[in-house]
Write a protein that binds this ligand. Structure first.
Ligand code: F6R
Length: 610
């Protein structure tokens, strides 16, 4: 997704902007550019493709760019194909005013028509250039006033930074629906869409909220509501090190994040399971009465977070006896959802910025649900808009494919399920058993991650397959979905996840000797025993079975072509271990195919468009 960085200070801006853009690369982009205050004008340089293309352009240009004021952008195309012209920054006509923008201006065609009628012409296909010209249309010497007037005409979402040559040491910033944060350093100010872009230089930040606008000037930031009433918000100190967002010696962020999971599981649980097995979740303490009365739980999420929600559904229904619905956030908000009294809605999101999830939560809240969240990114929009919730404490997730966030999300959902159970039934044996098993998870996860030789062998055998099927029952069905999503998004191999018994209602037609089928059978409960017959059905049609079972389980010995083992754990915690070999398999397949799994094609880390 698009990324923003801006700088006003005393150091040369170009290297700082390029560094910032590099740290935003993980969000996904297809072009990049910078604009610098340059003497009495503004210089814009932008290029389609990777940052290296922009750097090449800067060195080709050969000019000494010593400006100490500038903005930079990585664009992920929404309106108009990725090319040099559609890349940001965008000049308004006359090249006095320049704009970078994250988000989408929904009424851009009406605005463009109005501007064309007033004599404006356009170079690009973007909604951003329309906004740049709209600001120019209202400019009468006061940039803040012009941006405000323009934004009052805009429908849609934006995080923007605007510069005008008449104000060589200032820039105007504003946000609605697209994150923006201002970093306050010593005699210098940064603006970014993401903390990662500035954390090397300052950790004292001010988060903008929706419908807020601000003006950054030398060493100073003033910020207002759109009616220009001033906002006084203290800076927040972020405890977030650069090392945390770097690769720490691993070849890829995704691999680092897979390997970090024993630690992140511990971090997610830390301080939340008391010695006697009772659960304490600080972010929910204010809402204990509403949770005690909850008659229905709603999980709103997308992608991997949605799969975590599906695991949560099994957990809460079994442990707390409360009906749960898990909804794709994008679908939920556009139907007319019925929210009965005493509904508690949880948005689940790693980034806390997924627009569909944010809007779904707003929709649920407007219909009377208690709006809570399970989020990783501290200070993100969903975290701030929900009335309470639980942070994952998994640290920044940079790899586009979500891995450690999934296991931390499921861990938090186990904790929430136990909390709801304990409210209803007190601290019983089952709660205590599960919490004891949870404490052993980091060590068991380490064992899985330590020896990858068998997974690597399987990756070598199947990395040229064109299709994969993942089957699971019960809590392992969402893990099958997650395994398939991981494989397709980073290796581009088509993969489907199915409830194992559902296979015979259609997908079985696909099975032949070229179809590897990953069967998740990692526990020996009554329902899961039926997976043996589902596996027979695959073998009877020449399908190749890779089975995942728990150590000591011999049921698949004569059935599967290949068997992987994970340590035993409590039945309800199996997803937390079963997903690890699937993440590793996807990683190794992509690696063997020579693909860049940290930046898979067409994907963005944080999806802030609908
Ligand atoms: C898959 C993946 C995506 C995200 C989805 C939601 O690996 O990363 O499917 O899970 O875009 O993102 P968050 O959790 O940030 O709301």
């Amino acid at each position: 997704m698009c990324g923003i960085i801006g700088y006003i200070g005393h150091r040369p801006a170009t290297p700082l902007l390029l560094d910032g853009l590099r740290r935003l690369e993980y969000r996904g982009y297809d072009s990049s550019g910078i604009a610098l205050m340059n003497g009495d004008g503004i210089k814009v340089m932008k290029r389609k493709g990777r940052l290296a293309e922009l750097e090449a352009l800067l060195s080709e240009d050969g000019q000494k760019l010593e400006s100490t004021v500038g903005i930079g952008h990585t664009r992920w195309a929404t309106h108009g194909v990725p090319n040099d012209i559609n890349a940001h920054p965008h000049f308004a006509m006359g090249e006095d005013l320049v704009l970078i923008h994250n988000g989408i201006i929904e009424n851009f065609s009406e605005l463009k028509e109005y501007l064309v009628g007033s004599g404006y012409s356009f170079q690009s296909d973007t909604d951003t250039e329309v906004l740049a010209n709209l600001i120019l249309e209202f400019y009468e010497g006061d940039l803040l006033a012009a941006v405000t007037r323009a934004l009052l005409r805009v429908e849609g979402t934006y995080g923007i930074v605007v510069m005008h040559k008449n104000h060589p040491r200032s820039m105007v910033v504003a946000r609605k629906g697209s994150p923006l944060v201002v970093g306050v350093g010593k005699d210098e100010i940064f603006v970014a869409s993401d903390l990662a872009a500035m954390v090397e230089h300052t950790r004292d930040v001010i988060f903008l909220d929706d419908n807020e606008i601000g003006i950054v000037e030398d060493g100073e930031f003033n910020h207002f509501n759109l009616d220009h009433s001033p906002i006084k918000r203290k800076t927040t100190h972020i405890d977030f090190s650069l090392e945390q967002i770097e690769k720490g010696g691993y070849s890829h962020f995704m691999y680092k994040e897979i390997m970090e999971q024993p630690q992140t599981l511990m971090d997610t649980m830390r301080g939340r399971i008391l010695d006697d097995g009772s659960i304490k979740l600080g972010g929910l303490i204010q809402h204990m009465d509403e949770l005690a009365k909850a008659e229905r739980i709603l999980f709103l999420a997308c992608g991997t977070s949605y799969h975590a929600g599906l695991v949560g559904e099994y957990l809460i229904e079994e442990l707390a006896g409360i009906p749960v619905e898990v909804e794709y956030a994008s679908e939920f908000r556009y139907r007319k959802p019925v929210i009965p009294p005493n509904t508690v809605a949880f948005a689940i999101s790693q980034s806390g910025e997924t627009l569909d999830t944010l809007e779904a939560l707003r929709e649920a809240q407007s219909r009377g649900a208690l709006a809570l969240a399970v989020v990783n990114s501290v200070g993100s929009t969903i975290a701030r808009e929900s009335v309470g919730g639980v942070y994952l404490h998994a640290g920044p997730e940079i790899g586009v494919a979500s891995t450690k966030a999934f296991t931390s999300q499921v861990t938090v959902l186990v904790l929430i399920a136990l909390l709801l159970r304990q409210q209803r039934m007190g601290l019983d044996e089952m709660s205590v058993e599960i919490t004891q098993a949870m404490r052993q998870l980091p060590e068991k996860a380490t064992r899985i991650l330590e020896d990858q030789s068998q997974i690597l062998d399987i990756a070598k055998m199947f990395c040229r397959a064109s299709n994969f099927l993942y089957l699971g029952r019960g809590t392992q069905y969402p893990v099958a979905l997650e395994g398939a999503l991981k494989l397709k998004e980073i290796s581009y191999i088509h993969a489907e996840g199915y409830p194992a018994a559902e296979m015979k209602h259609g997908p079985i037609a696909l099975i032949d000797r070229n179809m590897p089928v990953f069967v998740l059978a990692a526990e020996n409960s009554t329902s899961n025993r039926k997976i043996l017959s589902n596996t027979q059905e695959v073998r009877a049609r020449d399908g190749v079975v890779i089975a995942l079972v728990t150590e000591g389980d011999t049921r698949m010995d004569d059935l599967a072509n290949h068997t992987l083992y994970i340590p035993t754990t409590h039945r309800l915690l199996v997803p937390l271990l079963a997903v690890l070999p699937l993440q590793l398999l996807s990683y190794h397949v992509a690696d063997l195919l020579g693909l860049d799994m940290d930046k898979p094609r067409n994907l963005a880390k944080s999806v802030t468009v609908e």
